[in-house]
Design a protein around this ligand. Structure first.
Ligand code: PXG
Length: 479
């Protein structure tokens, strides 16, 4: 079967998409907004201000498109929140959930029981992941995945008799979730400020953000090397006997699609090996094809000891996260008694059945291959050609189907806008009004469309993004 969105087996909407409003909507937009404002607290939002402006009500989706309650068709340049890798409306996933709910909607795996979906998923992940990853632990989200990572890291060192290895090193402007552990591991200042109690023994080094933070005449490669070497300095400061792990996203997603130069990850790996420190790749965004490889660490050429998975694992159709353990870590956990960690829904049968159906689509329709050889290179080329020498674009980062556009006051001098966050919001709003979903992180505009996107749809995203960036420049009086 081909990946092209017009040829895949979408769930048939009850009505043609343009009249989704009529088919689905029980209430008027105004009623929805009033009820939402009255009863719903949104994540990461200023609710007072949102309630005054009102939310856009999304009622339906198919392929790479969303429809709002007013009948507007919006192209989703973010695959939801970096997760809807196979696109919206895939019947195979709905069928898998329906069938599993009838067969066995729930059972746990705590007390010497297991079930077919979690067995099938684990075997399939072992087939798709790099060779040394043969064991998986399940949870419901990326945040829980990183909580699980901490538990595994500490258990691992306990099994090695190295009880002093407690510190985990992470990075500023990294994102690892919003539980207490995920938020502490992440390096988002605004989240830390709201967390008077954090997880202990977590410290941060600087990120490899060349455009924003490189000083002097360093090349991107020299800068990335210097940033990686901060890990060695931090280990020496804390003492290698006290350091358990380093965690990083192969490329930072929520932090702005920050792609480190090729020198970065090999140096991080060298340092981790030298000081006997576990290396964790948070693959929540990078995993399942985003870069054109199954996992982003394969794009950057390093071998982690643990990988955190979520989002693309089920393409967001149902919640599920997981941690993949390298054989050397798995062996230690398996051979050394109880591992006291688990969640009611660890390996949930419906989520596992959907994950299996989703991974089979990614594999059998060669979606990941297409990102690598066809749609990914096309997307990158179109973006780079379209924004070459644009007066407010300083850098385009990314590979495959993920990209970051750096807004800049003086692109050639690498000078950012003093009020970059405001400019990002202006540009984001132009996108939104132009029916393109594009995410702004401060002064970087981000794209991460469903992996099934075709070239015509890529053209649509790029031309809508160009219009929004042009309108932003115009509003700033720059041309
Ligand atoms: N690790 C990474 C690398 C992530 O990007 C998480 C962990 C946490 O996953 P859960 O499933 O607990 O949310 C994430 C999540 C954004 C945005 O606006 C990004 C995420 C979540 C919500 C919003 O870019 N990433």
């Amino acid at each position: 079967m081909s990946y092209r969105s017009e040829e895949v087996a979408y769930v048939q909407p009850a009505q043609p998409a343009a009249s989704a409003q009529a088919a689905q909507q029980q209430r008027s937009t105004a009623e929805y907004r009033a009820l939402d404002a009255a009863h719903h607290i949104h994540p990461f939002s200023d609710m007072g201000s949102l309630n005054r402006s009102g939310s856009r009500v999304i009622v339906k989706a198919q392929g790479v498109y969303l429809w709002d309650s007013e009948g507007n068709k919006v192209i989703d340049g973010m695959a939801g929140l970096w997760c809807v890798n196979v696109g919206y409306g895939r019947k195979e996933l709905a069928d898998a959930a329906y069938k599993q709910m009838q067969e066995l909607p729930y059972y746990n795996t705590f007390f010497k029981t297991t079930h077919p979906p979690v067995i099938e998923l684990s075997a399939l992940l072992a087939e798709l992941a790099p060779e040394a990853f043969n064991h998986f632990f399940y949870c419901n989200s990326g945040s829980e995945g990183n909580d699980t990572v901490l538990r595994i890291v500490h258990q691992y060192w306990a099994t090695q008799g190295k009880h002093s290895k407690k510190f985990v090193i992470s990075r500023k402007n990294g994102y690892h979730g919003s539980t207490i552990a995920g938020g502490t591991l992440g390096g988002m200042g605004y989240m830390h400020e709201q967390m008077p109690s954090k997880v202990e023994n977590i410290v941060h080094i600087d990120q490899p953000y060349f455009f924003g933070e490189a000083q002097g005449n360093l090349t991107p490669e020299e800068f990335a090397l210097a940033r990686a070497q901060q890990l060695e300095a931090k280990i020496l400061e804390i003492g290698a006997d006290n350091v358990a792990a380093f965690i990083g996203e192969p490329f930072q997603g929520a932090g702005g699609v920050i792609f480190p130069a090729s020198t970065y990850w090999p140096e991080i790996q060298r340092i981790c090996r030298k000081y006997d420190i576990l290396l964790v790749a948070d693959e929540v965004i990078g995993g399942f094809g985003r870069t054109g490889e199954w996992f982003a660490h394969q794009h950057f050429g390093f071998e982690p000891d643990l990988i955190t998975l979520a989002k693309g694992l089920t393409s967001g159709y149902v919640p599920m996260g997981a941690v993949g353990l390298h054989d050397r870590v798995a062996k230690a956990i398996i051979e050394n008694g109880d591992f006291n960690h688990g969640l009611t829904y660890s390996g949930h049968p419906v989520a596992a059945a959907v994950a299996v159906a989703n991974l089979k689509l990614l594999r059998d329709e060669k979606i990941v291959d297409r990102v690598k050889h066809d749609t990914g290179p096309y997307f990158q080329k179109q973006l780079r050609e379209t924004f070459a020498n644009h007066p407010i674009i300083g850098e385009i980062s990314g590979t495959g189907l993920v990209a970051g556009l750096q807004l800049a006051q003086d692109p050639k001098a690498r000078k950012r806008f003093a009020n970059g966050g405001d400019i990002g919001t202006i540009c984001r709003d132009f996108c939104f009004n132009g029916n393109l979903i594009m995410r702004a992180t401060g002064d970087r505009m981000l794209l991460s469309p469903p992996l099934v996107i075709n070239k015509l749809e890529i053209d649509e995203i790029v031309s809508k993004a160009k219009k929004a960036v042009d309108a932003t420049a115009q509003q700033l009086g720059i041309s």
